[in-house]
Design a protein around this ligand. Structure first.
Ligand SMILES: Cc1cc2nc3c(=O)[nH]c(=O)nc-3n(C[C@H](O)[C@H](O)[C@H](O)COP(=O)(O)OP(=O)(O)OC[C@H]3O[C@@H](n4cnc5c(N)ncnc54)[C@H](O)[C@@H]3O)c2cc1C
Length: 383
C-alpha cells in the first residue's frame, strides 16, 4: 500500500539553514513540518557577524531584516597578540547581531509563511528511509523529502554517515559575552589560536569575545582563552565561557542521500578562513527548499540530492578555494610571513577585510595573485 504523507517536506532544525529551507519551500506552496528540539527563542553560540554576502542571502529569502536586529561596525582593528597590524576606518565590515533575536525572527517568518511548528519537541525516532519522524510527545510526521538542518552535531548526518563530523578536521571555539557600552570597532586577533583566530565583536549592549580554530591544534583552548581575556583586562571568572564545534572547512561534497538533504552546519558549510557560517546556512537552506520543490514537481523525491548538489556547485567551489587559501593564512610556516606582508601592504589589508566581510568572493582571488602573495610571503617582501 502506498505511504500517505502528512507533509511534503520535513525540516529538522530551525536555525538559519532550517528556517531558510522551510521559508523557501512554503513560498513554493509545499506543506512543511519544521522540527527543532529547542523551544524558541533559543540562543546559539556565535560571534553574530553578518557579512554582506549573508545579508544578501537573508534578504533574498526573507526580505530586508528589521534594523534593530543589526548593529553597525565602523572600523576594524587587526592585531597579532599585543602587536597592532592595522586599523581600517574605511573598510567594508560585517554587521553584528545577537543570535537569540535573529534566529527567533527567521524561524518566526517561516512559521508565518505556513510551516507547521514542531519546535520545542525532541525527536524520539527518525526513520530516514520511510521519511517518518516520531516526536517525544507521541506526534508523528511524515514526508517524502527531509532536510537535515540540525547543526554541527546533526542527527540526520549521523544516521546517514555514522558520524556528524570528522573529529580530526572539525573546528572548536570558545566565547564569552561581556556587557557594557556599545562600540563600533571590531577587533580580529589573527594569532589568538592556531589554525584560527580571535574576535572581539561590538554589540548594541556589550561585546562578544571568542577564539577558535581547528580542534586538533587547540587542545589547550580553555587556558589560552582565559589568558587572552586577561590580556584584554577581563577576569575569566567574571564571565560565562561556552564552547561549540564548528565545521571549519569540512564540508560534504554530496550533502545528503537521495531524498535526504543536509544544509548549513550539518553539511559542513563554514568558511575555513573567516568562520562564517550564517550566509552559507541561509543559501544552502534556500537551495535545499528549491530542490525539494523541483523533485516533488517531477514526482521523483529521490532526485532531490542530485538537483540540490547541482545548484550548490558555486557554494562548494567557494569553500574549496577558501580551504586551499586557509593553508596560506594559517599554516605555521606561512602565517608569520603572511602577517609580516599584511602589516606592510594596505592593499592586502583591505582585500583581506573584504573577504572577512563577505564583500569579495574567493573566486575573485586570482591564482596568479595568490602565487605573487605567496612569493612575497616567502621572500618577506611587502607591497
Ligand atoms: C563560537 C562560534 C562563533 C561563530 N561566529 C560566527 C559569525 O560571527 N558569523 C557567522 O556567519 N557564523 C559564525 N559561526 C557559525 C554559525 O554559528 C553557524 O554556521 C550557523 O549557526 C549554522 O546555522 P545552522 O542553521 O546550519 O545550524 P544551527 O544554527 O546550529 O541550528 C541548528 C538547529 O538544529 C537544532 N537541532 C540540533 N539537533 C537536533 C535534533 N536532533 N533534533 C531537532 N533539532 C535539532 C538546534 O536546536 C538548532 O536550533 C560561529 C560558530 C561558532 C561555534
Amino acid at each position: 500500500m502506498a505511504q500517505t504523507f502528512t507533509h511534503d517536506l520535513i525540516v529538522v532544525g530551525a536555525g538559519p539553514s532550517g528556517a531558510a529551507a522551510a521559508m523557501e519551500a512554503c513560498k513554493a506552496g509545499l506543506r512543511v513540518a519544521l522540527i527543532d528540539k529547542a523551544a524558541f527563542p533559543r540562543d546559539k553560540l556565535c560571534g553574530g557577524g553578518i557579512t554582506g554576502r549573508a545579508l544578501g542571502y537573508i534578504e533574498a529569502v526573507f526580505g530586508p531584516l528589521p534594523a534593530d536586529l543589526l548593529h553597525a561596525c565602523g572600523q576594524v582593528r587587526m592585531v597579532a597578540g599585543a602587536q597592532e597590524i592595522c586599523v581600517l576606518t574605511d573598510a567594508r565590515t560585517p554587521s553584528m547581531t545577537m543570535r537569540l533575536a535573529l534566529d527567533g525572527y527567521l524561524r518566526g517568518r517561516a512559521i508565518a509563511a505556513g510551516a507547521e511548528d514542531f519546535c520545542g519537541n525532541r525527536i524520539a525516532d527518525l526513520d530516514l528511509g520511510r521519511g517518518v519522524v516520531r516526536l517525544a510527545d507521541g506526534l508523528q510526521v511524515s514526508a517524502p523529502i527531509i532536510v537535515g538542518a540540525d547543526g554541527v552535531n546533526s542527527q540526520v548526518a549521523r544516521l546517514l554517515y555514522g558520524r556528524a563530523h570528522d573529529p580530526a578536521r572539525v573546528g572548536f571555539a570558545l566565547e564569552a559575552e561581556v556587557s557594557g557600552p556599545s562600540s563600533q570597532t571590531m577587533e580580529l586577533d589573527l594569532t589568538a589560536a592556531p589554525w584560527g583566530y580571535g574576535w572581539d565583536f561590538p554589540k548594541a549592549s556589550g561585546r562578544t569575545l571568542g577564539i577558535g580554530g581547528l580542534a586538533v591544534h587547540n587542545g589547550d583552548l580553555k587556558p589560552r582563552f582565559e589568558a587572552w581575556l586577561r590580556a584584554k583586562g577581563i577576569e575569566p571568572a567574571t564571565v560565562t565561557i561556552k564552547g561549540h564545534h564548528l565545521p571549519f572547512g569540512e564540508f560534504r561534497e554530496a550533502p545528503g542521500k537521495d531524498h535526504v538533504l543536509l544544509a548549513g552546519d550539518a553539511a559542513g558549510l563554514v568558511d575555513p578562513i573567516t568562520g562564517e557560517g550564517i550566509g552559507w546556512a541561509i543559501r544552502s537552506g534556500q537551495l535545499a527548499g528549491q530542490a525539494a520543490d523541483a523533485a516533488l514537481r517531477m514526482n521523483t523525491p529521490n532526485r532531490a540530492l542530485a538537483l540540490y548538489q547541482a545548484s550548490m556547485s558555486d557554494v562548494l567551489r567557494e569553500l574549496r578555494r577558501a580551504r586551499m587559501l586557509s593553508k596560506l593564512v594559517y599554516h605555521p610556516f606561512m602565517q608569520h610571513r603572511f602577517l609580516r606582508v599584511l602589516a606592510r601592504s594596505t592593499r592586502l589589508q583591505s582585500r583581506y577585510m573584504s573577504l572577512m566581510a563577505g564583500e569579495m568572493d574567493y573566486a575573485d582571488v586570482h591564482l596568479g595573485r595568490v602565487l605573487r602573495i605567496g612569493f612575497r610571503i616567502l621572500t618577506g617582501r611587502g607591497g
